[in-house]
Design a protein around this ligand. Sequence first.
Ligand code: RBF
Length: 168
Amino acid sequence: MSGKGAPELSVSDAGDLRVGVIAAQWHEKVMDGLVDGALRALRDLGIAEPTVLRVPGSWELPVAAKVLADRGYDAVVALGVVIRGGTPHFEYVCQGVTAGLTRVGTDTGVPVGFGVLTCDTEEQALDRAGLPGSGEDKGHEAVTAAVATAVALRSLSEPWREAPRHTA
Ligand code: RBF
């Protein structure tokens, strides 16, 4: 999937949102880049005290996302890296994590940012990790998307205010 066509999101009034970031620990260098990008995005958005929770692997992301969503967080962001190996394990893990995170969002109504890289090689993952020299910054993107969605959903409880255009 190409990263081309991504919107330039401008998000305001997000400073009071409670945001939880959950991050797997496999592929340390890539994860360091994703977590740094996520924290940078939170600073950009004026969100001062996010919760950052580390779990062992990407497989554990959905259960952690569900618990944070149930605890009343306004947005949750899941970060992980799965690299294809020589067995079908990659497909099972990717499928489980993707379906699990989707389900958490739709079951709870809490936006779940998807910052899970599923790559053939570590080089591809490094290029998306927001590190010096990377072409993309998927941790930053995942936070911005989840928070933009939370802001848009919050506008629904204020009936006389027009929903922000960028999230329509
Ligand atoms: N977790 C990841 O986050 N990324 C991986 O690339 C990854 N590869 C795995 C490969 C195998 C063969 C196994 C058994 C696990 C892998 N995991 C990976 C760990 C998985 O997400 C989870 O933490 C463990 O299976 C324990 O529930």
